[in-house]
Design a protein around this ligand. Sequence first.
Ligand SMILES: NC(=O)c1ccc[n+]([C@@H]2O[C@H](COP(=O)([O-])OP(=O)(O)OC[C@H]3O[C@@H](n4cnc5c(N)ncnc54)[C@H](OP(=O)(O)O)[C@@H]3O)[C@@H](O)[C@H]2O)c1
Length: 335
Amino acid sequence: MSELNLQVVLADRPKGFPDISDFAFKEMPMPKPGEGEVLLKTLYMSVDPYMRGRMNEGPSYARGVEIGEVMMGGTVGEVVVSNDASLKLGDVVQAQVGWQTYGVAKGSSVRKIDADLAPVSTALGVLGMPGLTAYFGLLDVGQVREGDTVVVSGAAGAVGSVVGQIAKIKGCKVVGIAGSETKVSYLVDVLGFDGAFNYKTTSDYRGALKELCPEGIDVYFDNVGGEISDAVFPLLNQHGRIAVCGQISQYNLEKPELGPRIMGQFIGKRLRMRGFIVSDFADQYTPALETLSGWIRTGKIQYREDIWEGLKMAPTAFIDMLKGGNIGKRLVKLA
Ligand SMILES: NC(=O)c1ccc[n+]([C@@H]2O[C@H](COP(=O)([O-])OP(=O)(O)OC[C@H]3O[C@@H](n4cnc5c(N)ncnc54)[C@H](OP(=O)(O)O)[C@@H]3O)[C@@H](O)[C@H]2O)c1
């Protein structure tokens, strides 16, 4: 085993869009696991939109990354030293050790992955945090019902692509919004969405939605916020539901955008909007993952991984994902 641990640390707090210079590489001695802990060799690391928020100073729903600290994030790693009786050498687990080649975790905080179910990398995607976000956001927060028309923004990404497919399983009509023609055809031709449009080449979002959803919209799964969401709200039907999952269009703004005044719509139409964090549902992860695995096994859910190689590529892979370079789950493979 190498004696050094290579890390990506936060070098500076981004102003607006993150830049490669906001990150630095550091070589550290190999960490040593204590009692009840394991040393993990990172196999895959996740790069996710929420990490942008962690790079900011100030309070959020989770602790931010300090300057000089390792970028936090989900990982899939192999146990190389174990001081926890329930984990043995060679076990592959999902952990949260961040952007580094090795990391120490409490044995009780990791999830053992069954490699027979699906490739272990999926524990960071469709069978991990993003898949669970789609599952609970649509079924619990969005209260989706058979026959609903569901619109999902950020539709070709890790969360959105699963949202649309679960909605199809539940007997809904599904329309996706995404940022390229390739993404639009992936949604419609491969994943079975009923319709989709490219917001980067469409000037009239509301017109495009009206055409695709002539019967109105019952559930809006919002991954992006901003002008796309502004166009959706007026088309919601009576008792429409909005699951506010993410607002990626706002994450890199230096000044907050002013939105239209939409609250009047909520009264007459009895709309319900609810924000959520996937960990609100942590006590229900196990059965949800069983259901998601079943849907993958039977071909009802397809997934795509967009894998970059090497720790040094992590900052670029992250920035490129924020700009829409990914289809499906963006990951970085280390070993
Ligand atoms: N609430 C929770 O617990 C929770 C958990 C996980 C994720 N999330 C949120 O869910 C959303 C999706 O996350 P993900 O992991 O699945 O990421 P993702 O969709 O795989 O990747 C991000 C995508 O956002 C799109 N995007 C970037 N800037 C945009 C803009 N200005 N307007 C519209 N779309 C834009 C890009 O696709 P295009 O090419 O389509 O622009 C990009 O591919 C994010 O907002 C994230 O913060 C929330």
